[in-house]
Design a protein around this ligand. Structure first.
Ligand code: UDP
Ligand code: MG
Length: 317
């Protein structure tokens, strides 16, 4: 029997991009069908779009029975969309791709070769350039990957994309991680498995606009850190200890100055500065603890990761 590849495509307001994507992936699918005799299924996830994305998807589903769509009741985010796609995928191999063609479809052949013939469980991609991206964004993205690889077990390659082809084993491992606060790049790294990295140059989006503002990305990176590392908690403890030591030294100095040299204690301004500083550090550390507490709180509620409003093709609602 021939292999089936499931392609998962999260779409949020991508009505303009979907037709380009469909044409491009169909071309690639034809090439791979001729070469390896594999079948494809496409799982589009409409992540609560406000434009005509769902209408466009339905039109494709009508004329192509390999097109499945899952439409969410609201915008749950790309992470939830990817999870829903993975749950719905039935393929021997599963790939995740953006709808905007920033993930070049031609790479699927190499990815398939790597997983099928080279003994890898998973073929992942990373961008070697960030051409066309704002400088500030690239700078912070690079710092983030550096910090992340230092402080967590989830080793993330710089420029790693969510674009990857996975075997069933890997998909099942990801699905077993049912956490509510999802950070896929961390999850991919954490589960391990033999991964082959393929590189490509950044390409610009074919139509529509990016859904990620700088601020949204910044918050996402904080989510990533709290989801895969408890290092900030350790840093908070170390800062606390450091301040205890400094305070102890200062007390000693004051005692000696007063008792031995008979110097009266002076310096209201310096006292105010210290109080402000210490209060700031305390608030910062409590904030860090709060972040973890908030994550734990949401996790214990066991809310569903996504809610489906409409779908075709036997996917449970
Ligand atoms: N996306 C999504 N839900 C969101 C935001 C984005 O499903 O809340 C999808 C989006 O439609 C696209 C992919 O995630 O297919 C990547 O988004 P985008 O291209 O805006 O990100 P960028 O490539 O600029 O990092
Ligand atoms: Mg994009």
């Amino acid at each position: 029997m021939s292999d089936l590849i499931s392609i998962i495509v999260p779409c949020y307001n991508e009505a303009e991009a979907v037709p380009y994507f469909y044409d491009a992936i169909e071309k690639q699918a034809a090439v791979m069908r001729d070469k390896y005799g594999i079948d494809f299924e496409y799982i589009f996830i409409d992540d609560g779009s406000h434009d005509d994305t769902l209408t466009v998807l339905k039109a494709y589903a009508e004329k192509d029975s390999r097109v499945k769509y899952i439409s969410f009741s609201r915008n749950f985010g790309k992470e939830a969309a990817m999870y829903a796609g993975l749950e719905a995928s039935r393929g021997d191999y599963t790939a995740i791709m953006d709808a905007d063609l920033q993930d070049p479809p031609y790479m699927l052949s190499d990815m398939y070769e790597a997983v099928k013939n080279e003994g890898c469980d998973c073929a992942a991609t990373r961008r070697v350039s960030r051409k066309g991206e704002p400088m500030l964004r690239s700078f912070f993205a690079r710092r983030f990957y550096r910090i992340m690889s230092k402080i967590s077990k989830a080793d993330i390659a710089d420029g790693a994309r969510d674009y990857r082809l996975m075997s069933r084993k890997v998909v099942d491992a990801i699905l077993a991680m049912e956490e509510y606060n999802r950070f896929s790049k961390g999850i991919f790294g954490w589960i391990g498995f033999k991964t082959k990295w393929l590189e490509f140059e950044n390409t610009e989006r074919v139509a529509g606009e990016t859904k990620w503002s700088f601020w949204k990305l910044f918050l996402y990176s904080l989510d990533g850190i709290t989801a895969f590392s408890t290092m900030p908690l350790a840093i908070a403890s170390v800062i606390g200890m450091l301040f205890c030591i400094i305070a102890f030294i200062m007390i000693m100095v004051i005692i000696v100055k007063t008792l031995v040299f008979g110097d009266p204690v002076a310096g209201y301004p310096s006292l105010v500065c210290i109080i402000f500083f210490v209060a700031g550090v305390q608030t910062f550390c409590v904030g860090i603890v709060g972040q973890y507490l908030a994550k734990t709180y949401l996790e214990t509620k066991k809310r569903p990761i996504y809610i489906i409003r409409e779908t075709n093709g036997g996917i449970k609602i």
